[in-house]
Design a protein around this ligand. Sequence first.
Ligand SMILES: C[S@@+](CC[C@H](N)C(=O)[O-])C[C@H]1O[C@@H](n2cnc3c(N)ncnc32)[C@H](O)[C@@H]1O
Length: 432
Amino acid sequence: MKFDIVTIFPGFFDSTFSFGVISRAVENRMVEINVHDLRSYSSVKNGKTDDTPYGGGSGMLMTPGPIGNAVSKIKEKELRSAVILTTPKGEEFDDRKAQELCEFEQLIILCGRYEGIDDRVSELYVDMKISTGKYVNSGGEYACSLIVDAVSRYIPGVLGNTESLDTESLRNGLLEYPQYTKPRIYKGKKVPEVLLSGDHEKIRNWRRRESIKSTFVQSPSFLDGAQLSEEENSFLKELKTRNSPGFNVYVALVHYPAYNSHLEVVSTAFKSIDAHDISRDATTYGVKKFYLVNPVEEQRRLAERLVNHWVKGEGKNFNETKSKAFGIISIIKTIQEAVEKIKEAEGQTPKIVATDARFSNNMTGYQELREKIFENAEPFLILFGTGWGLTHETIKEVDYVLKPISGYREFNHLSVRSAAAIVLDRLLSCGA
Ligand SMILES: C[S@@+](CC[C@H](N)C(=O)[O-])C[C@H]1O[C@@H](n2cnc3c(N)ncnc32)[C@H](O)[C@@H]1O
């Protein structure tokens, strides 16, 4: 594999590829890395390669001429080659892409600088645009180094036996298991006993399970493509079920305090459709209890009649699944009452999570909260608002405020039932 890197800072790569796996691959001629100084392809005085953008705007853009000259000169017709433009606007680079690129014989990688590259370069010379992530670096040299390294690892022979690809994260659709080396105890943290047992079969099974567990928590969609044995599949099923070492999540539908359309604080009316739908959402995702919070006695009585119908009355014989879903409902007066009940059941105060359709500072992302939930270190109570949402006073007091669910339109008026389904899926789904 030949990498041809086009850059205005060739010195950037002086030491980048001089270490470990890649330097050995270069030494053993499995990989050839050529760094081309873009300035030497410029026909303008002083090797100028940039100019001001048409239409105005800050910064400079790289002109198409030198890049066009470089690509035409470097591209070898008899090789299977691809021209890659590094750009934050490109397809996100991942393991699959690294494997795909390894099939080429020559990769020409264009490193942008300043405000980027004249777009006609993409139209005329580029086969694929690649971004290494959702951030902006000062130059394409950073992305280029990552691409060369990740692709080279897939070239047969580049990795020795000691650096096998087989167990690495993402191979076989799984993230890697936790690894430990000496000392056995570091700052009070012990290496898991099984790794000291010398029982290779046991260690292999433990590692596979840990891999499945981290993948399930961090990237559940990867599991769709993973090849699991029958026993591993039942372990995964166990992880998905409510009593697994999964999570301790509670939800509450808050009728008071809530805003009305004039942003006055009111107590909203109980709706049976909310109880029907959210109890089913919550049961599906393994939520332990669904609190209906309403301080108005009349309202609570109404809710109790409905719940009793399905849990103890006629409804129980009529529809068992509905009866089961209604079984997790608890009707209470205040959010504080929910907190006390959870504290009693779990022996710990829950972290409270608010949901809000409005954007504000310091909101928490779904993946971040999902990881915290799956650490299983503490219980969580997720609050859903009624009317025009939870009040600022409530939101100010909670531990996390989840980012709003939103589409690309201005219209953003989900029913609380739909919002609850989406939030629970993002936080607790098994990703199937
Ligand atoms: C400062 S950036 C230009 C950003 C450009 N104005 C924009 O907003 O898309 C300069 C160069 O760094 C490289 N670069 C920056 N961030 C990148 C990323 N996330 N992935 C790949 N290349 C990146 C590109 O080669 C880009 O042309």
